[in-house]
Design a binder for this molecule. Sequence first.
Ligand code: 0YR
Ligand code: MG
Length: 394
Amino acid sequence: MKGLPIKDGANIRARTKPNQPDPLMRIKHIESFILHIPVTGSQIADSTHTISHWGVVGACISTEDGMKGYGFTGTHAHLASDQLITRCIDTCIAPLLLGEDANDIERLWQKVARQPALQWVGRAGITSLAHAAIDVALWDLRAKFQQVPLWQCLGGAVRQQVRAYNTDIGWLSIPDAQLVQGAQQAVADGFTGIKIKVGSTVERDLARLRAVRRAVGDQVTLAIDGNGKWDLPDCLRFCRAAEDQNVFWFEEPLWYDAVQRHAQLARATSIPVALGEQLYSVDAFAEFIGQGAVHWLQPDVTRMAGLTEVLRVIELAAAHRLPVAPHAGDMSQVHQHLNFSRAACSVLEYIPWIRDCFEEPARVVDGHYQPPQQPGASTTPTAQAFARYAQATS
Ligand code: 0YR
Ligand code: MG
């Protein structure tokens, strides 16, 4: 390191040897948590799920010098399954990480993801969601340690603000008249993009799509989301009739893993296909891309094993010149940092359910996310959120 000026500052230190633990960043303690936070109204529905609360299931990682990093996954607030995730964090992942250096994010990702016994029962599902919370907490720690918001830690901002699209106006549970009204209100509030749910019946959803398009005009970006409900014949029938509605993308038209069906649909319609919120690995994205089955990639740090795996997807997208619209299982608290720091991530989902539970809520002004200012990944829940919404973790 001779010749390199080392800045005299509390948080800038050089480690001259790899894998030499930084005593201050040594992981001392990991504590899981579960919060159940109410959604807008009393409940919402898409084609597949009806929920009243969003589950914020996560981990707080404390280091030797008392710094705390927070990360979480997103669930449907079903306590029994949420407790499977916290149990995985507490009993399978935490023992692998205690005493480790929190700086070594990639090495620790490999240690957890490739732990043979965990890999045997995992690679997806609960172990992936648990790993997601842990990995995001490590990134939160890194950004806090550097005393910068995560987007800065990821390489700095590529845009001053991020275009948000509003999903919260488009639930299938919203009656038709109210759907149109909500869409108009979102546009009046400054949103240039909205998304409505489909996946009930082809006829009903076509009528809703046309009504919303008529109400908001041609300039507004209008996407639809089927949440994997329909089969190929329904999708083909819907798309043929919707071709003239200027649909921005059709999200999860078919079952999540059906690569060949998506490829067939993509060949048959001019409506772009979006997917990825249910995929667990960069390999799955590579498969969809390779088959020409997707136009918009929607990875989610709360479903994949954290930011570390999602960054791989974004690199893959960049290599194929494909756009990325992260899915907001975190309600965009973490993903906003990706949209600010990665050119491929051009738009971001907006659902406001949980933002007020964080020290620095994601902030949207005139339909655009504003850059977070506080150090970290915007994942630190408030004391009040813990007091109001915490559930037993076991
Ligand atoms: C309800 N966003 C989605 C809601 C959302 C779901 O489960 O969270 O619709 O994950 O598809 O694009
Ligand atoms: Mg979706």
